[in-house]
Design a protein around this ligand. Structure first.
Ligand code: DGL
Length: 284
């Protein structure tokens, strides 16, 4: 492993990031925090999202199409910033598209962090119906730490609450209390937020689970993994002003207004994406 100061750097190509819509912006936000010199090209598949309720085969084919599109946009590394897409692409994220770039998913980084964090060996994961039904987290935990007991819960209403900005009110608290009751009863001490929308619900999730439960955000853990990957490969961007591009397959205006909630003050300009264009629109 090289150190940051040893790493040659000098790869100015963008990191490609994709999600079914705006949730992956929580990953983009963590990437911008950890890697402020890196350019990002973000594709939100809002025309076909949410992916959570869709059959996994369909999500896989959408994801492969987007991986190819990001390869054509010259991404040096691609982040599948969506748990449902990562679950659909697993177990082999690599070699599933024409992309020569490494692909980083959100599941393994979160599982590895949770395995380190747990004190009593009882870990919970919450996610979309597709992610939980896929069993991808169960397989990852079984491989990484077979002694850990994993409890899973699909929380389909959380995505709509996060997108509506209803992350602090009584409704959010009631829904969270309902979904998380089995986790509390099982005395999990670590909870993986296995959906890229859920970091917006950190306040309510933390309140309901209580202060002794560690929350693991797949967004933050994935950003750390990308950091390590770029340093180890000597592919950090040179110091300078990065270019961040945001594209949506659906309406760019509604993406942009939702994005302000997920990206905070870094509200982006959003362009319309045409997947048939073969990656047209790579950062200049
Ligand atoms: N971003 C998705 C995920 O992390 C949740 C939204 C969706 O259902 O597409 O699974």
């Amino acid at each position: 492993m090289s150190s940051v100061s040893d790493a040659p750097g000098g790869d100015p190509r963008p990191i490609g990031v994709f999600d079914s819509g705006v949730g992956g912006l929580t990953v983009a936000r963590s990437l911008m925090d950890l890697l402020p010199d890196e350019s990002i090209v973000y594709l939100g598949d809002t025309a076909r999202g949410p992916y959570g309720p869709r059959p996994l085969d369909e999500v896989r084919s959408f994801s492969l199409e987007i991986l190819d599109w990001l390869a054509a946009a010259d991404a040096k590394l691609v982040v599948a910033a969506c748990n449902t897409a990562t679950a659909a692409l697993e177990p082999r994220l690599q070699g599933r598209s024409s992309s020569p770039a490494p692909v980083v998913g959100v599941i393994i980084p979160a599982v590895e962090a949770a395995v380190q964090a747990t004190r009593n060996g009882r870990v919970g994961v919450i996610g979309t119906i597709g992610t939980i039904a896929s069993g991808a987290y169960d397989r990852a935990v079984a491989e990484c730490a077979p002694d850990i007991k994993l409890m899973s819960q699909a929380c389909p209403r959380f995505v709509a609450l996060a997108e509506a900005g209803l992350t602090t009110d009584g409704q959010a608290l009631a829904v969270a209390a309902d979904y998380l009751a089995p986790m509390i009863a099982a005395e999990v001490d670590t909870l993986i937020l296995g959906c890229t929308h859920y970091p917006l619900l950190t306040g309510v999730l933390s309140y309901v689970m209580g202060p002794r439960v560690t929350l693991v955000s797949s967004a933050e853990e994935t950003a750390r993994r990308v950091f390590a990957n770029l340093v180890d490969a000597g592919r950090l961007a040179p110091h300078g002003v990065p270019v961040h591009r945001f594209l949506a397959t659906g309406d760019p205006v509604s993406f942009a207004s939702l994005a302000t909630r997920f990206l905070g003050p870094r509200a982006p300009t959003v362009e319309a994406a045409d997947l048939a264009s073969g990656g047209d629109g790579a950062p200049a």
